[in-house]
Design a binder for this molecule. Structure first.
Ligand SMILES: [Ca+2]
Length: 279
């Protein structure tokens, strides 16, 4: 509208037949003397993927301002949400300015960076996927907020391999996932764990548990000295004790599971024998 008035004034000036120079000069003065006009527009922008900031350009919130130099303050906003910023039009020559207010909506569209624990092989003594205290926790960071939800879901049996999918979700709902593979190997440590569990569940009494754990401890000691065959013998004694109580003090099914696990431990020990070696 202001441009229209200025042009109309020019046409009127020439139309009057006065000298062009004088009329144009007046018209320019009228243009320079016009008030500046700040016109804002609201905008939605994505946060930076590393520091969650948005660096604003005046053009981001300019809805058609007129008459001078544009600046926006603050020039940077940080974090998801709605921010109020101010666009100022400055005419330094005329020493005038105008300011308007714009809303900047910042969205976090960057998912967390997830660090998955190493793949591990360890005992799964109680017949369920291992606790992360034993197999490792995932960690995650985010560009905007470290208040993250970190979780996992397990898929396991029929194989004794746990596929643990870790996930991290930021407050804006962006999610990253990653896979950890946990192999449930049969170990003497796992065997002790099973005995302790059976004791806790009162399937066996403390006398039985002590006798079984002593055999496991002996096997561990022998294995640590690379006396593999001695370790195997001690575990076979362990099996004999279980077999003697199977169906009586130890339920037959529990005994069978325990014996199968012990056989797996023996198999793993025999794999440590030098090539061609046997017991
Ligand atoms: Ca994020």
């Amino acid at each position: 509208m202001k441009r229209f008035i200025w042009i109309a004034a020019l046409v009127a000036a020439f139309g009057c037949g006065d000298t062009g120079e004088a009329e144009i000069s007046n018209s320019v003065s009228a243009l320079v003397g016009e008030p500046v006009d700040a016109v804002c527009q609201d905008v939605t922008l994505d946060a930076d993927q590393s520091n969650c900031q948005v660096v604003l350009m005046p053009s981001d919130v300019d809805g058609g301002s007129f008459g001078g130099t544009l600046t926006v303050t603050p020039g940077t906003v940080e974090g998801p949400g709605e921010w109020t910023v101010y666009l100022t039009v400055t005419d330094e020559i005329e020493n005038q300015e105008d300011t308007c207010e714009a809303s900047v909506t910042v969205n976090d569209v960057t998912p967390p960076v997830l660090t998955i624990p190493f793949d591990v092989t360890l005992a799964c003594p109680d017949g369920s996927p291992p606790d992360p205290n034993d197999s490792g926790f995932a960690s995650a960071t985010d560009n905007c907020d470290d208040n993250l939800v970190i979780y996992y879901t397990d898929t396991w049996p029929p194989e004794l391999i746990v596929s643990r999918v870790w996930g991290a979700t930021d407050p804006s709902g962006n999610t990253t996932t990653g896979l950890q593979t946990i192999t449930c190997g049969a170990t003497t440590e796992g065997l002790s764990g099973i005995v302790d569990d059976l004791l806790d569940q009162e399937v066996i009494d403390s006398t039985q548990a002590n006798a079984l754990n002593q055999k496991v401890a002996n096997a561990e000691k022998s294995a640590s000295k690379e006396h593999i065959c001695a370790a195997v013998n001690q575990l076979e004694a362990f099996i004999n004790q279980i077999e003697a109580q199977a169906g009586m003090k130890v339920e037959a099914e529990t005994a069978a599971d325990l014996i199968a696990y012990t056989m797996s431990v023996i198999e793993a020990l025999l794999n440590d024998l030098p090539e061609g070696g046997s017991c």
